[in-house]
Design a protein around this ligand. Structure first.
Ligand code: HEC
Length: 188
């Protein structure tokens, strides 16, 4: 073997051994580490349509009006009429017409989804920046704008899960095997 080739072979062998040694402690590819429970908890924030997974906390419609004014109106308009962001209010009775207006009030089948969506994705320029209490409050305000909650209401997990959205029963099931319930949340 030529001296240079011997050096390369030795270097490769050392690398291989190092990888194998790491693989023993870090899994088959020798990279990464197990996620900590705290990291998993940070991502594990889904809320079921029945309200399962909703966190403790609560918020009033009037506080929600303040949160909305500060964090949402720039994109959704002062009464949720829409702008850069979607229209959040109105559209009742339009879904079966030639010009359906799909909003939280007219279209969304389950109220707990509102909490999940806002906590996860809004305000769009700072997602996951609101406290749970603020998410309850601003959800309450949007539901009030849609006539689905009284203006003096306080929303918490139980109250949110108890709301029956107007369009709940108007989704059709997906007939394919193993899909038991309405599968579609938008654009279908
Ligand atoms: C920077 C602009 C912006 C801000 C601020 C913002 N949104 Fe949005 N929002 C959007 C856009 C854009 C969409 C549509 C996103 C999409 O379809 O992927 C949206 C979608 C939504 C929807 C879903 C509407 C639907 O029917 O699909 C809700 C609910 C919502 N926003 C609530 C809020 C709330 C509450 C706040 C304030 C805490 C907020 N948004 C702040 C831009 C914004």
């Amino acid at each position: 073997m030529r001296p240079m080739r011997r050096v390369w072979t030795a270097a490769l062998a050392t690398l291989l051994l190092a990888c194998l040694a790491r693989a023993e402690t870090q899994g088959p590819f020798g990279i990464g580490r197990a996620a900590t429970p705290a990291e998993i908890a940070g991502w594990n924030i889904d809320v079921g349509r029945d309200g399962s997974g909703l966190p403790p906390g609560s918020g009033t419609v009037s506080h929600g009006r303040e949160v909305f004014a500060q964090q949402c109106v720039a994109c959704h308009g002062d009464k949720g009429q829409g702008g850069v962001g979607d229209k959040l209010v109105g559209g009742a009775g339009t879904l079966a017409t030639a010009n359906p207006v799909r909003t939280v009030g007219s279209y969304w089948p389950y109220a707990p989804t509102l909490f999940d969506y806002i906590r996860r994705a809004m305000p769009q320029n700072a997602p996951q920046s609101l406290s749970n209490d603020d998410v309850y409050a601003v959800s309450a305000y949007i539901l009030t704008l849609n006539g689905l909650l009284p203006a003096d209401a306080t929303l918490d997990a139980r109250a949110l899960a108890a709301i029956k959205m107007p369009n709940r029963d108007h989704f059709t099931g997906d007939p394919r095997p193993d899909v038991k319930e309405p599968a579609c949340m938008s654009g279908c």
